[in-house]
Design a protein around this ligand. Structure first.
Ligand SMILES: [Zn+2]
Length: 411
């Protein structure tokens, strides 16, 4: 029996409702009311498909189907269920829904797994609430210390731990997972770019994921009256920030080879129309397929920032995240390819320009990723859309791949 396309479509549609910006895309921030609603839905479905549900000390959700032979590590399928502000219905959610569908196929086909099967729904991949990104997977793999987690707060100063308590999650639960308990991690994700659609190919088998770094820049100036402070007496934090940001596209282009730099968040203080801004914070997101290009972009960015320290302006930079480019598991890639061919699903190899939880997990376990086409290449916006038939095709590939991985001996 094959994936149920109608059910997949319905689950995407139902999760789409859990947004704080109805009519303006999906806004589902970690530990928000909408997180709780989506969480309850996911857990309910996990139970319906015979999985045993648990949550860790970050609120990551696990649904487990025990394997027939004891003490085997799990084959995990899933993705994240948070979103960017005013994002789409598929980023992350598609992978969670496909995970649930894989579990449904195990149940409906009466497949007894030898290894445990786990469906996972991860929190805070986007970093939209607490910054940095990949928090759920990094935390789970022990790459986020308790001390650092306790310090995490959103832009209103709400601590992550307090936000967890607000929706009934327990931050005292076990956080770090022993990586020996994981056999493999498989993630389906929307491509978020135009390549598959343009080529008319159903799935991309991800070869590598670009590396990325995120810097948080704080520009400190001096506040003053917008009417009475002469232009030559100002230390305007926003003007300094804007000049730096304006130079970044050229900097990325000069490095080339697909290097991209983005400033996507900017906060201005005190943010009054008649006050010279005394403080600005903004993010710089740098990505490239080659590590040397990321490092070069960081070096040139820091150099550019250093020249901005003048006339009462002080600028500091903090690296929030650094992740090396990652190659995904060769064995899993070849299984994904064989399975796709056997199912007559058109496929090709791809590089991922976006960061994903799989890049965190690939340091600890064998990982595989499948992309499906994004309409017009759009993502992180309300127009984000993927065809349910591609989601179903992706599910069938993952279902077969999971079974193959369970037949193999752990290396
Ligand atoms: Zn995503």
């Amino acid at each position: 029996m094959k994936a149920n396309q109608e059910r997949i479509e319905q689950h995407i549609e139902l999760l789409n409702r859990f947004t704080s910006t109805p009519g303006q895309g999906v806004t589902r921030l970690t530990y928000s009311k909408e997180d709780l609603q989506a969480r309850n839905f996911i857990k309910e479905k996990m139970i319906e498909y015979g999985l045993e549900v648990s949550e860790d000390g970050f609120g990551n959700i696990f649904g487990k189907l025990e394997g027939t032979s004891p003490d085997k590590p799990s084959v995990i399928v899933g993705s994240h269920f948070d979103s960017v502000p005013n994002g789409g219905a598929y980023d992350g959610t598609a992978g969670v829904v496909v995970g649930l569908e894989v579990a449904a196929l195990f149940k409906e086909n009466n497949v007894q797994p030898t290894y445990p099967l786990e469906i996972i729904a991860l929190v805070e991949e986007e970093g939209s609430r607490f910054g940095g990104g990949l928090m759920g997977s990094r935390g789970m793999m022990g790459m986020l210390s308790d001390e650092d987690f306790k310090k995490l707060a959103d832009k209103d100063g709400v601590l992550a731990e307090d936000a967890m308590l607000t929706i009934g999650l327990d931050p005292l639960k076990k956080k770090v997972r022993d990586h020996e308990t994981i056999r493999a991690f498989l993630e389906l994700h929307i491509e978020q770019g135009p390549i598959l659609e343009e080529k008319g190919i159903q799935v991309g088998i991800v070869e590598s994921i670009v590396g990325l770094t995120q810097l948080e820049v704080t520009v400190q100036g001096q506040a003053g009256h917008a009417g009475t402070t002469p232009m030559n007496r100002r230390s305007d934090a926003l003007v300094s920030a804007a000049q730096i940001i304006g130079d970044l596209p050229e900097l990325a282009t000069s490095i080339g080879e697909g290097t991209v730099i983005t400033t996507g968040r900017l906060n201005v203080y005190p943010n009054g129309a008649n006050v010279i801004p005394d403080k600005v914070t903004f993010t710089i997101d740098i990505r490239a397929g080659k590590e040397e290009n990321i490092l070069e972009a960081v070096r040139r960015t820091n150099e550019r920032i250093a020249t901005g320290q003048e006339k009462g302006i002080h600028i500091s930079v903090e690296e929030m995240l650094y992740i090396q480019p990652k190659f995904l598991d060769e064995n899993i890639r070849s299984i994904l390819k064989e399975t796709s061919d056997a199912l007559e699903i058109t496929n090709c190899n791809m590089q991922s320009g976006a960061g994903h939880d799989a890049m965190v997990l690939s340091d600890f376990t064998a990982c595989g990723m499948v992309f499906i086409p994004s309409k017009d290449g759009l993502s992180h916006c309300p127009e984000e859309w993927s065809d349910a038939s591609d989601l179903a095709a992706g599910t069938n590939i993952l279902f077969e791949t999971v079974k193959r991985l369970m037949e193999e001996e752990t290396s």
